[in-house]
Design a binder for this molecule. Structure first.
Ligand SMILES: NC(=O)C1=CN([C@@H]2O[C@H](COP(=O)(O)OP(=O)(O)OC[C@H]3O[C@@H](n4cnc5c(N)ncnc54)[C@H](OP(=O)(O)O)[C@@H]3O)[C@@H](O)[C@H]2O)[C@@H](O)CC1
Ligand SMILES: Nc1ncnc2c1ncn2[C@@H]1O[C@H](COP(=O)(O)OP(=O)(O)O)[C@@H](O)[C@H]1O
Length: 274
């Protein structure tokens, strides 16, 4: 099955007269680190521009400061959230005990969770519906952790096979990034995403994708609780929105990741107008 723009437009939660920032969905983001603060900036920016009630950031002070300088709309510290985004801009090898405890609390909360980059090794601890967003190298690491040997060359050759293998082995939705992006549901169903511009192969564009997906999950958290299989559809929708925003930002030329995030509102408006 190939996910379409019409499928994607149907997964955008449009606020109505009864909407308020809490009812629309609050995304908790545990992202960024002293080493990679920019990833948190990119993800929080993308989540706001995809449309979400609020983003709560839990991060080191330097990360908070940089995120707030770009997006004063973000709130910091603990509080109620409907969904989580964790791991972007983190390195599992440098993880402190405090960060591990914070991540484990989010994973154990039962709220739907998007697991990226430096938290992928914790995916098995998710108590609720979970979607992981590895690139090829990260997928190889996840599979290895599950006792399955492969390499990036094999993943590049058969992304669908290896995404499905990881989804079934780890019990999570897998959004496998790369020149070809593919989503594998927990039951092994594959959803193909139309190819995006290759200008997306630039640092931080995956952090933007994670923020888009975080916003879509936070604004559909009730539906995901009722039917966890919806998570794969939201993952495919996030990848379509990401690809369309990249196309709009690029216009055939180079893009930086933040350009993709900035193109999100017009991209979503165009999708909804269809
Ligand atoms: N501005 C910021 O703050 C930014 C922060 N960022 C943050 O940086 C952290 C580290 O993330 P990372 O992806 O750079 O490094 P890592 O996970 O160690 O993997 C790298 C190794 O994997 C392999 N590899 C295979 N396929 C691959 C593929 N398709 N794409 C990429 N790699 C592929 C390849 O090895 P090779 O196969 O070539 O031997 C490569 O050497 C993470 O937290 C992220 O969020 C970034 O988002 C950038 C902007
Ligand atoms: N050649 C390519 N063509 C199109 N999209 C690509 C290509 N290479 C990477 N991408 C996309 O760019 C993003 C890169 O994400 P990721 O590898 O996590 O980078 P980063 O960690 O720097 O954010 C993903 O959405 C991926 O699908």
């Amino acid at each position: 099955m190939t996910w379409t723009e019409a499928d994607t437009a149907a997964r955008i939660a449009v606020p109505d007269a009864f909407a308020d920032k809490h009812r629309r969905g609050v995304l908790g983001a545990i992202t960024g680190s002293e080493r990679y603060p920019g990833a948190a900036v990119l993800g929080v920016e993308a989540a706001h521009r995809t449309g979400v009630g609020m983003v709560r950031l839990i991060a080191p002070r330097r990360v908070e400061d940089l995120v707030l300088a770009r997006r004063p709309e973000a709130v910091t510290g603990e509080g109620r959230v409907e969904a989580w985004l964790i791991g972007s801009g983190q390195d599992a090898r440098l993880r402190t005990a405090t960060l591990t405890a914070t991540l484990e609390a989010a994973l154990g909360s039962g709220a739907p969770i998007v697991i990226d980059a430096g938290a992928l090794d914790l995916a098995a601890d998710a108590a609720g519906a979970a979607v992981v967003t590895p690139h090829h190298g990260e997928l190889v690491r996840m599979l290895r952790q599950a006792g399955i040997e492969t390499d990036t060359e094999a993943v590049r050759h058969s992304p669908g096979h290896w995404a499905r293998t990881a989804a079934e082995a780890c019990g999570v939705v897998v959004l496998l990034k790369g020149a070809e992006t593919i989503v594998a549901a927990v039951d092994g169903t594959l959803i193909a995403v139309p190819p995006a511009t290759h200008w997306l192969a630039t640092a931080g564009s995956g952090d933007v994708l994670a923020g888009i997906l975080g916003a879509l999950v936070a604004t559909h958290a009730g539906e995901v609780h009722a039917d966890p299989s919806r998570l794969a559809e939201l993952a495919a929708s996030a990848a379509v929105v990401h690809g369309l925003a990249a196309e709009r930002a690029s216009g055939g030329g180079p893009i930086a990741a933040l350009d993709v995030a900035e193109a999100l509102p017009a991209t979503i408006a165009a999708l909804l107008e269809r």
